[in-house]
Design a protein around this ligand. Sequence first.
Ligand code: MN
Length: 231
Amino acid sequence: MAYVFSEFSQPSVAVCNTSSRFPVRRIYLVGRNYAAHAREMGHDPDREKPFFFQKPSDAVLPSGSDFPYPPLSKNVHHEIELVVAMKSGGRDIGVDAALTHVFGYAVGIDITRRDLQQEMKLKGRPWEAGKSFDCSAPITDIVPVSICGHPEQGRVWLKVNEELRQDGDVSQLIWSVPEIISILSTLFRIEAGDLIFTGTPAGVGPITVGDKIAGGVAGVAEIEISVAGDK
Ligand code: MN
């Protein structure tokens, strides 16, 4: 079978301690999953059902890269997040079985064109323009469960030019990783290769060209990117 032009390369993320890579199928993200962040965005952090959005799989950008400042925004924000990497899946996965489908964990930054996201929210439009642009998902190597276990606690932090901006803990997740997987699987069939960004703690804020961003989840990994000019 021939394609009408050469096929795309499969987006993937390195797996630590191996030369094998994790092929990325879909990137799901949870909105507002830490109470203090929900409050800072003007929402009531009750346990209303989590909601999800997606980024394209080729939005992944390895830690250590230059992040190209995206076009058409004057207010680009960092959101540091624990990321779950799935090795299998299904539909209607029970909370008790959810973790058996997890390959490993990573640290990601859900980079957001906040001004465009706010405009879309106000107009009742989809969030893609704010969330799903090129290179909007910087991510570390994936750490297999055999190395990091299933993190239930651990500091989630982010610094911009050495200034601490975000400082939370995985234990503050409103919806836990097993609950997120279970609920997500009622909406979509989860498959091997799916990544799930689990939400960000309070302290989101703007980044500008020249900034050095560093962050991490204790017990998982640390991420670093430099903000470069738009290309
Ligand atoms: Mn986020």
